[in-house]
Every structure is written in structure tokens, then in C-alpha cells.
Design a protein around this ligand. Structure first.
Ligand SMILES: C[S@@+](CC[C@H](N)C(=O)[O-])C[C@H]1O[C@@H](n2cnc3c(N)ncnc32)[C@H](O)[C@@H]1O
Length: 357
């Protein structure tokens, strides 16, 4: 399935109450005559027809999400039935028209609504920060299973110390933190907008005390040095940019026009950032520490061969999992042999300091 296909799945997967219409000023705008007095159901039909005529994917779902959002609900189905047939106010009609015109310009629904659910957390979304995809929830669930089942990934302070490379909106880090109450997370991203959004989402969810968010490009030489204050990691998790460069052109307009290409483009074989994460992991992970990666279906084989050509890293591909479409998309890589410290053997000591807020 193409990336937009997966975004569509995300579009269809929301439920319950969503944000509402705060922040939109009322004005003297009057709807064009044919729209005045229409109900929510009629508005959905109207905008579905407009979207279909203009070739907008998932026309009905898009219009339902927009109308529901303006009426203060997460999905159209979760609206009180009385609201389906009640005539909308001029202000509501204006809001719906404004949001629908964004959709006509192929803006993803998640950016239009400004928030989206991931693992039961409501996260703020803003372009160009990558929109979390539903399969990444499967990656998080795998990490949670492993942490729960395996005592050796539990850190000295009672919970694992986790590094996320490329945190985007903070979806992975914040859902791990919320479901592993003893864990601490270091989240890095090279994008300024991603760092700001992760900060904001951490504050919204009151998880800021257990996460350290740092701007960092892991492909830069010496990036390992930024992690020295925390000591060896129990776990590294990443949904890195992994799209093969030649596939970037084929991405849907929603993705190409609004999401940061640096979040997607993994270079010629989609491995540019992945190989740096693996090299970094070799230095940062404790003995038997784990890396969990989301990748392209061609990567399990490519990464397996790459690791065999780099025995110096002491990393083994121990398991591959398939996504809900049956494609091999998630990797568990484990460090074997004793942790050999940073290039300069610079770990401060056996007790890593507390991750500051
Ligand atoms: C596919 S997105 C994943 C975002 C988030 N983890 C999620 O799953 O929704 C990849 C993220 O990696 C970041 N990134 C790309 N290259 C990077 C690098 N060299 N160092 C650190 N972060 C990087 C991008 O800015 C982007 O936020």
C-alpha cells in the first residue's frame, strides 16, 4: 500500500471526541445562498460532492471529519443525532468552508484538524511535521510487549532508558512514556518544527518530566557525544526516513506538498539515516539492548546483509514483524557482547543522571 493509502487508514481510524472549534473568531460572514440553512448531514453531502468533483481522495471521510470537528466532535458518527439535522449557524458554515478549502488544496485532514490520535493520545499536528501513521502504533505495541516480557531491558532506576531517533510530533516517545510509567526517554530530531511540536505535546500530556527533547542530526560526526550524560541505553526506537529516493516522486500530493521531505527521504536505498542509527546504537546500547525500527519491506534483507558486513557493530537482526497489510515492516535488532562504551570511553559512571524535563 502506498503512503497515502496508509494515511487514509489513519483518517478512518479515529473515534470519540475531538478538539472543537476554539480559536476561530466569529465574523459577519454570510454563507452563499445555497448553503444557508443546511444541516450537518446536508453539508457533508455538499462537500463530498465538491471533493469528488475535484478529485480529492476520500471525499466523504474528509467532509465528515471537517463537519464533525467544527461541531466539536471527533467523528460524524459520534455527533449527537439531533445535530445531524439541525441547521448550521453562519459561523459554523464559514468554518467548514474555510477548512474544506484547505482540503481542496490537498492538505491532509490531520493538519486541517490540527490534532490526531495515536495510541489513545490526542497529539497536536502541524505542517511540516510528519503525521504519525497507524502502522507505527504496531511498532509501539511490539516495543511494549518486549519491555513487559524481558526483564533485562528494565533499567537501573526501575524502568528502561529509551532513545528515540527522529521523534517528529513525539508520537512514539510520548506513547511509550504514558504506557511505561517508570521509563525515561531521550527524543531527538534534526527538525526544529518537530522539536517544538514534541515539546508542546509533552506539555499537553504532562509527560515533560520524564522526557529530554534535543535537536540533533544523528548523521553528523560525533553525535554520540550528546548522549554521554545519560549513560548506556536500554532501548532505541525509530521510525526513520526510509523511502527510497526514487520513490519520493510517487508520493501523494498530500505528502509531497505538506510533509517535510527530510522525514521521508532515506536516500538511494532508504538506508542513509538507518545506517547511522545502527552505528550509533552499537556505541549507545547496553549489552543485549534492543533497537526497534520501522522500515520499508525491502529493508529486512538489505539491513540483514549490511549488519553481516559490519560484525564490528555487534548487532544481530533477531526478528522481523509484518504490518497489518502483511508486509515485513518492523525490525528487532539486538546488541550482542559487552557494551564497549563511546568512542572515547566517556560514560560518566554506572548511574546515569535523571532525564531532566
Ligand atoms: C518518518 S518521521 C517519524 C516521526 C515520528 N517518529 C513518527 O513516527 O510519527 C522521521 C523523523 O526523523 C527526523 N530525521 C530525519 N533525518 C534525521 C537525522 N539525520 N537526525 C535526526 N532526525 C532525523 C525527521 O525530521 C522526522 O521527524
Amino acid at each position: 500500500m502506498k503512503l497515502w493509502g496508509r494515511m487514509l487508514w489513519a483518517l478512518l481510524s479515529g473515534s470519540g471526541k475531538r478538539g472543537g472549534t476554539r480559536g476561530w473568531a466569529s465574523s459577519s460572514w454570510q454563507p452563499r445562498l445555497p448553503l444557508a440553512g443546511l444541516s450537518a448531514t446536508e453539508l457533508v453531502s455538499h462537500w463530498t460532492a465538491v471533493f469528488e468533483k475535484r478529485g480529492i481522495p476520500e471525499a466523504r471521510e474528509s467532509s465528515e471529519y471537517i463537519v464533525a470537528h467544527v461541531l466539536g466532535a471527533k467523528t460524524f458518527q459520534s455527533l449527537r443525532p439531533a445535530l445531524w439535522t439541525q441547521p448550521l449557524t453562519p459561523w459554523q458554515l464559514q468554518c467548514i468552508e474555510e477548512l474544506s478549502s484547505c482540503r481542496l488544496q490537498r492538505m491532509p485532514v490531520q493538519y486541517i484538524l490540527g490534532e490526531w490520535d495515536f495510541q489513545g493520545l490526542s497529539l497536536k499536528m502541524a505542517p511540516p511535521v510528519f503525521i504519525p501513521r497507524p502502522e507505527t502504533e504496531e511498532l509501539v505495541e511490539w516495543v511494549l510487549e518486549e519491555v513487559t516480557q524481558r526483564s533485562h531491558v528494565v533499567g537501573a532506576q526501575g524502568g528502561p532508558l529509551i532513545l528515540e531517533v527522529g521523534c517528529g510530533s513525539g508520537a512514539i516517545s510520548l506513547s511509550l512514556l504514558s504506557q511505561l510509567p517508570q521509563s525515561r526517554v531521550i527524543a531527538v530530531d534534526k527538525g526544529e518544527a518537530a522539536i517544538c511540536l514534541t515539546h508542546e505535546n509533552a506539555q499537553r500530556l504532562q509527560l515533560q518530566d520524564r522526557i529530554r527533547i534535543m535537536p540533533l542530526d544523528v548523521t553528523l560526526e560525533g553525535s554520540w557525544a550528546h548522549f554521554v550524560p545519560w549513560g548506556p541505553m536500554d532501548l532505541i526506537v525509530s521510525n526513520p526516513p526510509y523511502v527510497f529516493h526514487q520513490d519520493m516522486e510517487q508520493l501523494a500530493p498530500e505528502i509531497r506538498s505538506y510533509e517535510d521531505p527530510a522525514a521521508l527521504d532515506g536516500g538511494e536505498e532508504g538506508m542513509d539515516v538507518i545506517t547511522h542509527i545502527l552505528a550509533l546504537a552499537s556505541w549507545l546500547l547496553k549489552d543485549s539492548g534492543s533497537i526497534f525500527l520501522e522500515v520499508d519491506p525491502r529493508h529486512p534483507e538489505l539491513i540483514g546483509s549490511w549488519l553481516q558486513s559490519r560484525p564490528d557493530l555487534s548487532l544481530d537482526l533477531v526478528a522481523v514483524r509484518r504490518d497489518f497489510c502483511g508486509r515485513p515492516r518492523f525490525l528487532h535488532i539486538q546488541r550482542s557482547g559487552p557494551q564497549h562504551g563511546c568512542p572515547t570511553d566517556a560514560w560518566p559512571g554506572p548511574q546515569p543522571p535523571r532525564v531532566p524535563g
